[in-house]
Design a protein around this ligand. Structure first.
Ligand code: SF4
Length: 132
């Protein structure tokens, strides 16, 4: 049985969720030192320039079985990311980014520091990028 108190590090841009980081000019995420709760005004403003999930990452309580990415026992997203990076021979970062949610992060809980070394390469909404 998984703990119900984990945090999803790849959530939607929605009121009440938290801003986790912003994509830099190199395409990698810059994690914030402390997360910031977003409201409806933030969502509206951020959405005016296209899908916020293509430029920022957000966190929220992990929904476990209420999320399509839940495999039944874990989040499938980070497993897919690590598999893809391994197949593409993309090296993981050699350091852990500062992160405001590490103590409760679902990916860190599952995969430990390996997840953190790949984390800055994860963009939640790849479809928005493809459409740009
Ligand atoms: S995987 Fe690591 S760096 Fe990424 S959100 Fe979770 S704790 Fe933070």
């Amino acid at each position: 049985m998984s703990a119900p108190d984990k945090t999803c590090p790849s959530a939607r841009c929605a009121p009440g969720n938290q801003l986790l980081g912003v994509k830099g000019s190199d395409g990698h995420l810059r994690h914030l030192r402390s997360s910031m709760t977003i409201d409806a005004d933030f969502v509206e403003t951020a959405s005016a320039r296209g899908k916020p999930e293509a430029r920022m990452r957000f966190s929220s309580p992990c929904a476990t079985s209420g999320c399509a990415q839940w495999t039944g026992s874990r989040c499938g997203v980070i497993d897919h990311v690590l598999e893809h990076l391994d197949q593409a021979r993309v090296p993981l970062a050699d350091h852990l980014p500062p992160c405001p949610i590490r103590a409760s992060c679902r990916w860190f809980d599952q995969t430990g520091e390996t997840a953190c070394r790949a984390c800055s390469m994860v963009i939640t909404d790849q479809s928005a990028i493809a459409a740009e």
